[in-house]
Design a protein around this ligand. Structure first.
Ligand SMILES: Cc1cc2nc3c(=O)[nH]c(=O)nc-3n(C[C@H](O)[C@H](O)[C@H](O)COP(=O)(O)O)c2cc1C
Length: 312
């Protein structure tokens, strides 16, 4: 019997649901799966207000969590054969609790030398998150052996609206013209297909081909238009994050004006600039096609994935 330790942070339950579906077949095969919740020292609000949603931006983007996580009792997972971390992206980065998890000394000690799978349940922008997760895992002396990302498959601008309805007002279900927010129930359910692939690697204690096998099952969906927006956004977010933090640290009222400016900027970019950006991107798509392939290859290379053609 093998043991899998699943560390998770989730506000709505989405990330945990995905992890549970993935681990189903591992458990059914007689293995033990131990779930460990990542609990921030101070909880983040859910539902969010506009102010607190934008207040976490600079620290998330810059990777400086304002506080850590509660100490964990790890005695029951010391003998785990595999570690899974399930979380989400905030501001094109791992969420603050996930970042606090990776930089906690207790966790770093624990992860050293272990094989880790990262599971991300996000809206649709995951590339920079996995890059950062890969770095955290490397710094802990562990190996990132698998990455699974489940996203909202609605069009980018539609999911921008539905995620606000969900995270700010608790309206997750479809209503009027808006589809249901988040990763679809079908996709969450069907995440169980990854369990068989992980089980094979777990039993053989061989993770060398795990990412490739996961990609055969569509563990990663690469949308060139979204990746383009994400990369540009990531650079611009860096400037904004530094600009806001220059006025004060987390929750310092002195930075409220700059934080509100950032809100206006995001609103303007999402609803005015990005529709045109996407339009230009797709109008010039035939010319870009060559570069898209190249970019995809480069992104996969940077993440250490050999079989880039298997990225959907
Ligand atoms: C503050 C905040 C920022 C977010 N930023 C992103 C983002 O940059 N990219 C993305 O794909 N999803 C983003 N999301 C959505 C989350 O990744 C996630 O799908 C959602 O919060 C539900 O996760 P949970 O209920 O498992 O915590 C953001 C959510 C929050 C709360």
């Amino acid at each position: 019997m093998k043991k899998v330790a699943v560390f998770y942070y989730t506000q709505s339950g989405q990330a945990l649901n995905i992890a549970k579906n993935i681990c189903q077949s591992i458990e059914l095969a007689g293995n033990e799966v131990v779930y460990k919740e990542i609990v921030p020292e101070r909880s983040f609000p859910y539902l969010w207000s506009r102010d607190n949603f934008f207040e976490v931006f600079p620290e998330t983007r810059l990777g400086i969590p304002p506080y850590g996580i509660e100490e964990m009792d790890l005695s029951d997972v010391q003998d785990a054969d595999l570690v899974m971390v399930a979380g989400q992206s905030w501001y094109l980065s791992p969420s603050l609790p996930i970042q606090s998890f990776f930089i906690s000394w207790q966790v770093k000690d624990y992860l050293k030398g272990r094989n880790v799978i990262f599971v991300n349940g996000c809206r649709n922008m995951w590339l920079m998150t996995v890059r950062k997760v890969r770095k955290y895992i490397f710094e802990a002396g562990a190996n990132l052996v698998g990455h699974i990302v489940l996203q909202d498959k609605a069009a980018n601008l539609v999911s921008v609206v539905t995620i606000v309805r969900w995270l700010f007002y608790g309206k997750k279900e479809a209503s009027g013209i808006w589809p249901r927010a988040g990763v679809s129930e079908k996709d969450v359910r069907e995440a169980s297909r990854f369990g068989d692939v992980i089980l094979t690697a777990l039993e053989a204690n061989d993770y060398s081909k795990l990412q490739e096998r996961l990609m055969d099952k569509e563990a990663v969906r690469y949308k060139p238009g979204v990746v383009y927006v994400e990369k540009v956004g990531h650079r611009i977010f860096d400037i904004w994050a530094r600009f806001i933090r220059a006025r004060g640290e987390y929750e310092d009222e002195k930075r409220a004006f700059r934080r509100n400016l950032f809100f206006l900027y995001v609103f303007f970019v999402l609803y005015i600039v990005s529709p045109f950006g996407m339009l230009v991107f797709y109008l010039t798509y035939p010319i870009r096609l060559f570069f898209v392939g190249k970019q995809k290859r480069k992104a996969c290379y940077e993440l250490g994935w050999n079989a880039y053609e298997k990225v959907q």
